[in-house]
Design a protein around this ligand. Structure first.
Ligand code: NAG
Ligand code: NAG
Ligand code: NAG
Ligand code: NAG
Ligand code: NAG
Ligand code: NAG
Length: 223
């Protein structure tokens, strides 16, 4: 029996004396005996902004008007249902009795001096596993030893070039714009649309789907 535990690493913005304004999304995906469970949350400037409870995403901060939010929420639910269905199909073909826990951390920070930083980190069993390098839109292996699962997961993720470029844009631009709109320093706190927040959730989820499916197949012996 194979057992994979994927855990995400620590926040990349670091403990700086100049506290940055940060948007962070945490996503867990647990696949066990063919069924998938999702949970997570997002925080904007230290305040809970979104909750993911199985297939149900809730916006905690009123960032989007209810009608717009309802549409976004349905899109996220569809993605998660799609993922669950794929996993179920795979597990019927090749029953696996191990549990995988994927935990990913992504977001961006804005320092008082205007400098920004974006991050997407994945750790495996508490060890850094993969990180997304934003300038080149590539996934990088952090795993300390050569491992077919790690190599395979990275290759699977890199197949989705549309996802990697969308992810790059979300982390480098959209996420940072959200923070600039919130920041008193930039003085642009006007009622703007936060639809991109959900876009980020979807992109994050789809990246995780790619990785989880890849790892799932690989540990099933087909990589
Ligand atoms: C992660 O930890 C689990 C449980 O301790 C273990 O079964 C699994 O082999 C580990 N995975 C890797 C890739 O080391
Ligand atoms: C988000 O989830 C993590 C893990 O469950 C938890 O430690 C953290 O307190 C949550 N954040 C908020 C703002 O609720
Ligand atoms: C989703 O969460 C909201 C808020 O917690 C709740 O009102 C709603 O009933 C939940 N929907 C499902 C399908 O669980
Ligand atoms: C997984 O567990 C089920 C039920 O306990 C068993 O029938 C099946 O043979 C197991 N599969 C593997 C690959 O161990
Ligand atoms: C801005 O502040 C951050 C954190 O204190 C620091 O890492 C960065 O080098 C600074 N950038 C500039 C251009 O001063
Ligand atoms: C990231 O955003 C900055 C502007 O904030 C831009 O100069 C840079 O080219 C962008 N990088 C990528 C890889 O998109």
């Amino acid at each position: 029996m194979l057992r994979l535990l994927l855990l995400c690493g620590a926040l990349s913005c670091g403990a700086s004396s100049d506290a940055p304004l940060t948007f962070t999304m945490l996503q867990w995906t647990q696949v066990s005996d063919g069924s998938s469970v999702f949970w997570g949350n997002a925080t904007l400037g230290g305040r809970l902004s979104h909750l993911l409870d199985n297939r149900n995403v809730t916006q905690v901060l009123p960032l989007e008007p209810p009608a717009a939010w309802a549409r976004q929420r349905d899109t996220v639910s569809s993605y998660l249902s799609y993922f669950s269905a794929i996993v179920q199909v795979f597990s019927k073909e090749r029953p696996l009795n191990y549990t995988q826990l994927l935990l990913c951390r992504l977001g961006c920070c804005l320092f008082p001096n205007g400098t920004t930083r974006s991050f997407y980190e994945v750790s495996l069993n508490g060890t850094a596993f993969l990180t997304f390098h934003v300038p080149s839109a590539t996934w990088e292996l952090r795993w300390p030893r050569r491992d077919p699962v790690a190599t395979y997961a990275r290759r699977e993720l890199m197949k989705y070039t549309e996802t990697t470029h969308n992810l790059q844009h979300f982390l480098n631009t959209t996420c940072v714009d959200i923070l600039r709109a919130q920041s008193p320093q930039t003085g642009k706190q006007r009622g703007r649309s936060h639809a991109p927040l959900v876009l980020g959730l979807i992109l994050g989820v789809s990246a995780v789907v790619g990785m989880a499916v890849g790892i799932f197949l690989c540990t099933g012996g087909s990589c």
